[in-house]
Design a protein around this ligand. Structure first.
Ligand SMILES: Cc1cc2nc3c(=O)[nH]c(=O)nc-3n(C[C@H](O)[C@H](O)[C@H](O)COP(=O)(O)O)c2cc1C
Length: 374
């Protein structure tokens, strides 16, 4: 059977068959393993490795593994810290600052451990997502000549001159129109605009107004839409808004290749759209994840979120204990509102095939359902 056709400008820019990108999803290295990145690229989309939580050596290892699995284009997504200068560059240093300056937060975390009977299991490595660390990760991505670089947070300007030299495309993520404009001014090739519906760190604006406004604001720089897109109807809507493609996270979290434990995938599958809420409990920034007893306790605590990396270091020690005790119900199960329509774990190739077929169907049906004339 012949493959469906679905092409936009994004296919030409990235040299891919379908205008669908796998979102870079860091989640402690479990979100986008090389097998998932390669599966999406092999299926005609563009796989993106979420490298933010990985050591520079591990980023390199995984890039090489992707290359063993596919010769198709793929990208790496990193979180570039914007304002960490005031914090210590080591985990032990940040912990020290937490004890000294934020005893109520430390007490909150210890109370959680006691309440759920979790033996403490502090994270062992001494790394935080500091400037030095991000620079080492960037260096690896450049050395390995990955074709596409995505900057999840922070200012991509520092990467652009070096990327240009070797023909690497740079993508910037934005959650507001203002941020999309900043990315344009920095010189990115593509802006991914993620609406609040999306999983993980997310801004306040919904995908529909964000994408429509950003498309106008940053033209002629192309926009890729993200947030709440889990099927062909969402992709058709994004293309109608003027986006040249989509960046899809949550829908691939429940793929068989995703390295999250099945119990987490099933927890995501069991959720209704309204179960995926924004909380600052996990990282200090607004992050959409499945609501659980930890986010409820945080909401009741009345504590103010600490800036990154303090809140993150604090809660990573809790997450490490929860993980060791196999209490995935207490984990940071980041996912977006689109999860409400997902029903089963499936191979990434099947998810890709459905996204493409669903878009073709949605686009074909529209003229049958809507009468229009100029
Ligand atoms: C589990 C998870 C982890 C994420 N981690 C990152 C990350 O490390 N870097 C990044 O740029 N975006 C990250 N995101 C956001 C995604 O790149 C993407 O914008 C979002 O998933 C799109 O919305 P959707 O989940 O509704 O598809 C993450 C999202 C999820 C669900």
């Amino acid at each position: 059977m012949s493959r469906p056709v679905l092409r936009t400008e994004l296919c030409d820019i990235l040299n891919i068959e379908y205008p669908i990108m796998l979102a870079g999803m860091g989640v402690w290295g479990m979100g986008t393993p090389p097998e998932l990145v390669a599966a999406v690229s092999e299926a005609g989309g563009c796989g993106v490795l979420g490298g933010s939580a990985l050591s520079p050596e591990e980023v390199r290892r995984r890039i090489r593994r992707v290359r063993q699995l596919t010769d198709k284009p793929f990208g790496v997504d990193l979180l570039l810290p914007a304002s960490l200068a005031a914090a210590s560059a080591t985990r032990s240093g940040v912990r020290e600052e937490l004890r000294r300056d934020h005893p109520a937060h430390v007490a909150f975390m210890h109370e959680l451990l006691e309440r759920f009977d979790l033996p403490p299991a502090p994270v062992e490595n001494d790394i935080v997502n500091s400037d030095v660390y991000a620079e080492a990760q960037i260096q690896v991505v450049l050395e390995e000549e990955v074709p596409i670089f995505a900057a999840g947070l922070g200012d991509p300007a520092r990467v652009i001159p070096r990327a240009r030299k070797q023909g690497m495309l740079v993508i910037g993520l934005a959650g507001t129109v203002r941020n999309a404009e900043r990315n344009r001014d920095a010189g990115v090739d593509i802006v991914v605009c993620q609406g609040t519906e999306g999983g993980g760190h997310t801004g306040p604006i919904a995908t529909l107004p964000l994408v429509a406004q950003a498309v106008d604001a940053v033209a002629p720089v192309p926009v890729v839409a993200a947030g709440g897109i889990v099927g062909g109807r969402g992709i058709a809507a994004a293309l109608t808004l003027g986006a040249i493609g989509v960046w899809v996270g949550t829908a691939f979290l429940v793929s068989e290749e995703c390295a999250l434990p099945n119990v987490v995938k099933d927890d995501i599958l069991a959720g209704a759209a309204s179960d995926f809420r924004v909380s600052q409990a996990w990282t200090g920034k607004t992050l959409r994840a499945k609501r659980n007893q930890v986010t409820d306790a945080w909401a009741q605590s009345g504590l103010e979120p600490l800036p990154s990396p303090h809140q993150r270091v604090l809660m990573e020690d809790f997450l490490s204990a929860a993980q060791l005790a196999d209490r995935w119900d207490l984990y940071m199960n980041a996912a977006g509102q689109g999860a409400g329509s997902l029903t089963e774990r499936r191979p990434a190739a099947d998810i890709m095939a459905d996204l493409v077929a669903g878009t073709v169907q949605a686009l074909s049906e529209t003229p049958r359902r809507v009468q229009f004339a100029p």
